[in-house]
Design a protein. Structure first.
Length: 311
């Protein structure tokens, strides 16, 4: 797997980037600041609407209840927190405000657009058109498409097994040019083994990777050069080994290819990304912390420390 993304790195470009680093050039930051509405802004909004016919005001109150009002971004910024902490909500709001491309449909509430309009952004550079938000739904749809394609190939393979037997052992007489295609199939079947006949008639099976490997490939294909990439819990479907591979891919994309990343995760592996700025959404108010002080990381540390003598 290590060669999957290294192929897209050009030695000359990396050499030029390293030289620029030595001259003091810093990694690219497109999005500098994002501001969510605070409680007073939300209150003023609700004072002006009729509330009796609605039972949900999402995403209002999700972030303000934790006093999460502002993000100051680095080349790699991480939103950490447990389920329900609002990290995915924050990513989707940012993507909507910046009009960043997404593949999967995202359900929005009646007040979603109103909330987004109350948000403010400060940019250092225009957001590149290649920018994307990648969610678990995107990765799942990609793997499901591969699975469906494989299932179609499997069914065609079974049909070809039957065609081979019919063509090889059935009596056949060439009567007219209308029988020409069948004649070619009969001759091919009689000149080949069953497996070679099927392979010659069937496209290559795309099943070559596990779900985790397919997910990793999806990230490397979707993340290009010079873009703002928003990743919502990218660790889903990835083994620890592949998460470490993804870390290296993200770090080098930020350093060498002018990519900026905003990531939501509670994976201790992704939280260890070098130079990442981490917002802890489990705190109230939300605070910036080093990854080694996060609760989820400490749980892993304490667990393995307890069994240290087993290693």
């Amino acid at each position: 797997m290590k060669c999957v993304y290294i192929q897209r790195y050009h030695i000359d470009k990396i050499r030029d980037t390293v030289r620029n680093d030595l001259l003091g050039e810093v990694p690219m930051i497109y999005l500098n600041v994002f501001k969510f509405p605070d409680e007073s802004m939300e209150f003023n909004f609700f004072m002006g609407i009729q509330r009796t016919c609605y039972d949900s005001f999402y995403p209002f109150k999700v972030l303000s209840k934790r006093n999460f009002e502002r993000i100051d971004f680095e080349p790699i910024t991480i939103l950490y927190g447990g389920n329900g902490s609002g990290k995915s909500t924050a990513l989707n709001v940012i993507a909507e405000k910046l009009k960043i491309h997404r593949d999967s449909i995202y359900n929005k509430s009646n007040f979603y657009g109103d909330y987004v309009n109350l948000c403010n952004v400060e940019l250092n550079e225009d957001i590149p058109k290649s920018s994307k938000i990648i969610t678990s739904d995107d990765v799942f749809d990609y793997m499901l498409n591969i699975r469906n394609l494989n299932e179609g190939i499997d069914q065609k393979r079974e049909n070809l097994f039957d065609e081979y037997l019919d063509a090889k052992y059935a009596s056949f007489k060439f009567k007219s040019m209308a029988d020409y295609d069948q004649l070619k199939k009969v001759n091919k079947a009689r000149s080949k083994t069953q497996s070679r006949f099927v392979r010659s008639e069937l496209m290559d099976n795309v099943r070559g990777y596990s779900n985790g490997e397919s997910a990793f490939i999806y990230f490397t294909e979707k993340i290009g050069e010079e873009g703002l990439y928003i990743l919502d819990e990218p660790e889903n479907s990835l083994s620890p080994e592949l998460q470490i591979e993804l870390i290296q891919f993200i770090e080098e994309s930020a350093r060498f290819f002018n990519c900026q990343f905003i990531i939501s995760t509670h994976s201790p592996f992704l939280l260890s990304i070098k130079g990442a700025k981490i917002y802890d959404l489990d705190e109230n108010p939300v605070d910036v912390k080093p990854w080694t002080e996060l609760k989820n990381v400490r749980i892993y540390y304490d667990f393995f420390k307890k069994y240290e003598n087993k290693f």
